[in-house]
Design a binder for this molecule. Structure first.
Ligand code: GLU
Length: 470
């Protein structure tokens, strides 16, 4: 395949807020298709709405994309910077008689709509300036530029997901291309940018289906090729209702804060609307290999937080100890206030990781479970540990301490000594081990106790244990 026949995909967010979960899925699908086909994945920031676009939203989008690992090809393109080009296209359409100036005032249009409403007709622009030549009285008056769209026949969106969707052209009114202040509309800007960027495939939310029909009308007048369209089904909340703030976290950043891994998000979002047999766990590599437009589902996808947690647990276990340690160090540094893990903490963390990662579903849980490794000295007890360390248990601690102290400080020797001590005292190993664990970690569950004693070393372990021996 030659270079210019490769697909060109794009993600085109409006920087009016966070990168939300629906947008991230759109970005992912575009990215996957580009990587699957060896094509390009471009990023276009649609910042034409000057009032609602903010630099904070731009950074949130760029950071969210980077965090998700959705790298784009080349520099991102800012739509507003291309406004002159958009105007030039509108002027071309005007010059060719494919667009016209409409001098209708806001009052004219309000009256028109009221009359339509009163007559029980659909409310849309009635084309009053379509075939009218402006007279001297229009001189210097404000006007908008409207597309002279074909009125007969139909516009057929041949969608890869939804199939053929037909729109009667007479139901689509002549859309505005340039506002009276000369600024291009979203509809015009998207079409011009997609064309100039060589976009061959437009994958976006199903809420854009009508826009696609509209945009095809502009493409038709310009004689530009129509891209392949794929409109993604909506994402619903766990209750089946449209996903909204009420369902909690919508921003990708919130998932990062809750301790989900980028791999998890890619796998999870992929499955929100795309399937490969019964596969639930799909690595990014496999996803790139398998992704196609044909397997995108038609019906709305539903958020399932339990599934998200399980997937995250899977990817936490899959991640190498060294990498996971690095991820957790970075995650700790993102906390407020930032938690800085020094070299000793990192070394301990990596050594304890094989056991720690078995029980954590999120980085938050992993960090909590590892807390006892980070600082020296006696532990604060959580509720379970406090309950466990009864006067009797504390008494037990004080009898086992000298036994341990007399032993070689290795996991095996410590375990053997504790076992022997339990047997000699007529106790179960757990009765000896549980208070040790509680005093050593401040918690009732931890990675294997004797390995943790060995990891923390004789001096530090004894300080912690003595604090609760009574
Ligand atoms: N900027 C539009 C949005 O954020 C998307 C435009 C498109 O994908 O064509 O909804």
């Amino acid at each position: 395949m030659s270079e210019n026949t490769k697909p060109v995909l794009r993600f085109a967010p409006s920087p009016t807020g966070m990168l939300h979960i629906g947008g991230a899925r759109t970005a992912l699908f575009n990215w996957l298709y580009a990587r699957h086909t060896g094509g390009k994945f471009l990023l276009r920031i649609e910042d034409t709405d000057r009032e609602r676009s903010t630099p904070e939203a731009v950074s949130a989008i760029l950071n969210g994309m980077r965090w998700m690992g959705l790298t784009w090809d080349g520099d991102e393109i800012y739509q507003f910077a291309r406004a002159d080009r958009h105007r030039a296209v509108a002027d071309q359409l005007l010059a060719e008689g494919k667009a016209y100036r409409c001098y209708a005032t806001a009052e004219d249009l309000t009256r028109m709509r009221e009359e339509q409403k009163a007559a029980g007709k659909p409310m849309r622009y009635d084309g009053r300036w379509r075939d009218r030549t402006p007279g001297p009285e229009e001189d210097g008056k404000p006007f908008v530029v409207r597309l002279k769209a074909r009125q007969d026949g139909e516009t057929r969106v041949q969608d890869k997901v939804l199939g053929d969707v037909r729109f009667d052209n007479h139901q689509l009114d002549d859309m505005v291309l340039l506002r009276s202040d000369g600024t291009p509309t979203y509809m015009l800007a998207v079409v011009v940018d997609d064309h100039d960027m060589g976009v061959t495939h437009v994958i976006r939310g199903a809420d854009h289906l009508n826009n696609s029909a509209r945009q095809m009308q502009i493409l038709e007048q310009m004689g530009w090729p129509v891209p392949v369209y794929a409109h993604l089904p909506l994402i619903n909340g766990p209750d089946g209702a449209k996903l909204s703030k009420r369902h909690g976290a919508l921003a990708v950043e919130a998932y990062q804060d809750m301790g989900y891994l980028p791999e998890t998000m890619r796998n999870y979002l992929l499955r929100l609307g795309w399937s490969h047999g019964d596969d639930e766990i799909i690595s990014t590599e496999q996803a790139i290999q398998w992704f196609n437009l044909e397997a995108i589902g038609k019906s709305p996808a539903r958020m399932d937080y339990k599934k998200l947690d399980n997937l995250n647990g899977h990817y936490i276990r899959e991640t190498s100890d060294a990498l996971l340690t690095a991820e957790l160090v970075a995650f700790a540094a993102r906390q407020t206030p930032p938690q800085v893990l020094d070299m000793q903490a990192r070394t301990r963390l990596e050594a304890a990781m094989p056991a720690l990662k078995e029980r954590a579903k999120t980085l938050v849980e992993l960090l909590q479970g590892a807390e006892f490794l980070f600082t020296d000295g006696p532990r604060d007890l959580d509720a379970g540990a406090a309950k466990l360390l009864t006067p009797e248990a504390r008494q037990g601690l004080s009898t086992v301490l000298p036994v341990l102290d007399a032993t070689d400080w290795s996991a095996e020797a410590l375990e053997a000594a504790a076992r022997a001590h339990a047997e000699a005292s007529g106790l179960k190993l757990g009765q000896v081990a549980q208070p040790l664990r509680a005093a050593l970690t401040g918690r009732t569950s931890s990675p294997p106790l004797f390995a943790m004693l060995a990891l923390l070393g004789r001096a530090e372990s004894l300080v912690r244990l003595r604090a609760y021996a009574g």
